[in-house]
Design a protein around this ligand. Structure first.
Ligand code: NAP
Length: 318
């Protein structure tokens, strides 16, 4: 069962000043949720794009919106980077001198090892780095894509370093729990390995299969689109995800993705062999095991059991 409702019982805000840098899908969802659940006494949003900042002002989920991240972070107790991971070193270096002592620097990046590679060399001793990754999203981008319930009943993985302040890690944990997420802590390396197989390789497969279909010569583009409900359509949703974000994910989780891709290729070769040899039992056994995995995901409330992934049917033509 998917639980969308979440009631916060918070009496006081989790932080005084929250600063969100990057007002895209994830940043705007945090802003909506933080505003709705009163998680911060003051909310500041920042984005490099003036158009995005103007739109954020219209939406009204922040007290202040500024393009300059260095100005945005001045009074911050908690700063959350919601930008592509390839931007961390540049933005981290720019804001570091302007953070107040005791500030917490966090993020939402889909890769975690690279956060330390980018930030550790410039990290001040009096600033706490507590990385996080909400395992939730859609294929949409930008300030209008976000919504307050995006993180409800979804996992958020935090990867505090061993030397992290326990108080800072607890605050980040509480912040995500108050947005409705289930929080689990693990090492950055383990996170990157787990997410390589559960998220990064599936995205690569989707990008690849949609690319292959687009390049086919024997089957026309219009046939691919017309008969897409046969399974292809579900890959196209994933393959519509933001190109900048996913380029940075693959460039920054190289070794784990390559390791999982190696295993995937071996298993794909075994499947090819089963088809070639007519090994029906082998295919049947694998498909039975994979069906059970989907059932467990539904039982854990991470997917709907509704037919066709819960899609609304198009109205009947008269
Ligand atoms: P998004 O919708 O594309 O938004 C990113 C925003 O950050 C854009 O407005 C972008 O502006 C801005 N930005 C880029 N570089 C910046 C910089 N140097 N300074 C200030 N603003 C900057 O992206 P998103 O999907 O929210 O992803 C943001 C982060 O969340 C990524 O690290 C991603 O790995 C992580 N994440 C994403 C998902 C998901 O499903 N999308 C899920 C979990 C975690 P421009 O448009 O001008 O570049």
């Amino acid at each position: 069962m998917i639980m969308q409702r979440f009631e916060s019982k918070l009496a006081t805000p989790v932080v005084q000043t929250l600063v969100v840098i990057g007002i895209g899908l994830i940043g705007s969802s945090i802003l909506h949720a933080a505003r709705k659940r009163r998680l911060a006494a003051r909310i500041v949003a920042s984005d490099q794009s003036e158009a995005v900042c103007r739109r954020a002002l219209e939406i009204g989920f922040a007290d202040d919106v500024v393009t300059d991240a260095m100005i945005a972070v001045r009074d911050a107790d908690l700063v959350i980077l919601c930008i592509p991971v390839g931007e961390y070193a540049r933005v981290g270096a720019a804001i570091m001198p302007h953070l107040k002592p005791g500030a917490i620097l966090s993020d939402v990046g889909s890769v975690k090892g690279c956060v330390f590679t980018a930030i550790d060399p410039i990290l001040r001793e009096d600033v706490h780095l507590i990385p996080a990754h909400p395992v939730a999203g859609t294929e949409y981008s930008g300030p209008d894509a976000g919504f307050a319930s995006l993180f409800v009943n979804r996992w958020c993985i935090i990867t505090p370093p061993l030397s992290a302040s326990a108080a800072a890690a607890t605050l980040v944990r509480t912040f995500w729990e108050e947005m409705g997420a289930n929080v689990e802590a693990m090492s950055a390396d383990h996170h990157d390995l787990v997410l390589a197989i559960t998220s990064h390789v599936p995205h690569l497969i989707a990008y690849n299969i949609v690319g292959t279909a687009a390049d086919l010569e024997e089957v026309t583009q219009s046939e691919v689109i017309k008969f897409s409900a046969g399974g292809f359509r579900d890959f196209t949703r994933i393959a519509a995800s933001d190109p900048t974000m996913w380029r940075d994910v693959f460039l920054n989780n190289k070794s784990a993705v390559l390791e999982m891709l190696g295993r995937f290729s071996e298993d794909l070769t075994a499947l090819q062999r089963m088809i070639r040899r007519g090994d029906g039992d082998g295919l049947f056994n694998l498909f039975t095991r994979t069906r059970a995995i989907r059932r467990s995901i539904i039982d854990l409330g991470q997917e709907t059991a509704a037919p066709d992934f819960g899609r609304q049917r198009a109205p009947e033509k008269s």
